[in-house]
Design a protein around this ligand. Sequence first.
Ligand code: 5GP
Ligand code: ZN
Length: 114
Amino acid sequence: MADCLFCKIAAREIPGDIVHADERLIAFGDINPQAPTHVLIIPRRHISTLNDLTAGDTDLVGEMVHLASRIAADRGHAAAGYRTVFNCNAAAGQTVFHIHLHLLAGRDMTWPPG
Ligand code: 5GP
Ligand code: ZN
């Protein structure tokens, strides 16, 4: 999608700290990290919000979660633990309208989130 920041990062039209890239997914460091590890996992295909998922996207979303777990494990966070978050629309604080899974790790988290 022409005006989408994360589509542009996936297409390498604007720089990103890319930590993983494959046919369907990209993962890159968050520009404003909220934990020692803060990685965003996105599909290459533009999907604005979780509300726009279809039944055909279930494998894609599963791949996103699986990639988050692999990055967490590669960075040594598996045993201590980590958090994964999808924000959807304004009430949850979504600011970039291309779905992304936050992977946060490397510090203790509180619950409930704000
Ligand atoms: P949201 O609030 O939509 O769930 O998360 C959007 C995330 O994207 C935020 O954590 C924000 O710091 C991150 N972000 C916004 N602009 C950029 C950017 O240009 N590059 C990167 N790497 N992350 C960004
Ligand atoms: Zn996009």
